[in-house]
Design a protein around this ligand. Structure first.
Ligand SMILES: [Zn+2]
Length: 88
C-alpha cells in the first residue's frame, strides 16, 4: 500500500463518517494521519542560489524556511518536516 493509497482511504473514511453522521468517530484523527503522510511525499525545494562556501541555499515549498546545505543531504525540512526533493 502506498502513501497515496492510505491518504485516499483516509479521505474516504472522512466522507463516510460525515455522510453517516457518526459523532462517536471524530474525523480529527483521520485528518491528522493525512497531514502527517502528506509531508512524507517529497516536494521540490526551490533553489535560491549557492553560498560562498559552496552550499546550496534552498527554500521549503511548504513553510518557506530557507536552508543551506550540501546537495541532496537535506532530505527533510528542518522546520516543518516536509520531505524535500532537490531540483536540477
Ligand atoms: Zn518546511
Amino acid at each position: 500500500m502506498t502513501i497515496e493509497e492510505i491518504i485516499k482511504h483516509q479521505e474516504q473514511l472522512i466522507e463516510f463518517i460525515k455522510i453517516m453522521n457518526i459523532p462517536k468517530y471524530p474525523t480529527e484523527e483521520n485528518e491528522m494521519i493525512i497531514a502527517a503522510l502528506e509531508k512524507q511525499i517529497p516536494k521540490e525545494a526551490t533553489t535560491q542560489g549557492i553560498s560562498q562556501d559552496g552550499c546550496w541555499i534552498i527554500k521549503c515549498p511548504e513553510c518557506d524556511t530557507v536552508m543551506e546545505g550540501k546537495r541532496n543531504i537535506a532530505n527533510y525540512c528542518c522546520q516543518c518536516g516536509q520531505a524535500l526533493k532537490w531540483g536540477d
